[in-house]
Write a protein that binds this ligand. Structure first.
Ligand SMILES: [Zn+2]
Length: 215
């Protein structure tokens, strides 16, 4: 079996996503870029039961290269992120409660905290609504991601985060979830204050550096 170490990593991050409360049951999915395409978690298997052999290897067009299991229904969203952003090596799709509430209300999350500017980028935009598993949804997510963000809310559904590895994509998912909750609290206190433009410019530079930083 090819990519044993990478398969184990995808399994581990699937478990990690559930352990951190970013999803539950079989929802969400995790993928990692490899030479031939991506390794992605299978559909409909609870994370604690996913074995390395269950991870599906597919090329960037969605052709399964290795794997008996059905790939996650959202594989097109993952593939669209990898095609749109060549530097991305890890994608996490999760259903965290507060960020998903923003997705349900279709309210974008601004970069109102320094750490969001550094790690999540300019803004967490909401991708236009389309049905799960469709090419349209994949295109909407890639368009909303753009070049200046590492997180997108999927309308009426959940969250997608990307990174130069799975650790980075998972960190952004956690930051966006915590950020979404903090944003609601700050709103109750009168709303978050503006971050000075000089700081925002610095965060843009740091974000760009992290985005493309080689291993
Ligand atoms: Zn989902």
């Amino acid at each position: 079996m090819r990519h044993e170490r990478e398969r184990a990593e995808v399994v581990r991050y699937g478990l990690e996503m559930e352990r951190r409360g970013l999803t539950s049951g079989t929802s969400g999915n995790v993928s990692l870029r490899v030479e031939e395409g991506v390794l992605i978690t299978p559909s409909s298997i609870p994370y604690p039961l996913v074995a390395p052999a269950d991870i599906v290897l597919m090329d960037l067009d969605g052709t399964v290269l290795q794997g008996e299991r059905a790939a996650s229904v959202e594989h097109k969203v993952h593939l669209a992120c990898y095609r749109a952003r060549p530097e991305v090596r890890g994608v996490v799709h999760s259903h965290p409660v507060v960020a998903t509430a923003f997705a349900a209300a279709r309210v974008p999350l601004p970069s109102f905290l320094d750490e969001l500017g550094v790690y999540a980028g300019a803004e967490v935009r909401v991708a236009g609504y389309a049905l799960s598993g469709t090419d349209e949804l994949a295109a909407n997510v890639a368009a909303a991601l753009g070049e200046d963000s590492s997180a997108v809310l999927i309308a009426s559904h959940g969250l997608v985060t990307v990174g130069r590895d799975l650790a980075a994509a998972m960190r952004v998912a956690e930051l966006v979830e915590r950020g979404a909750l903090t944003y609601l609290c700050a709103k109750a206190l009168g709303g978050p204050a503006e971050i000075p433009e000089s700081s925002r410019e610095l965060f843009r530079q740091v974000f760009a550096y992290y985005r493309t930083k080689p291993d």
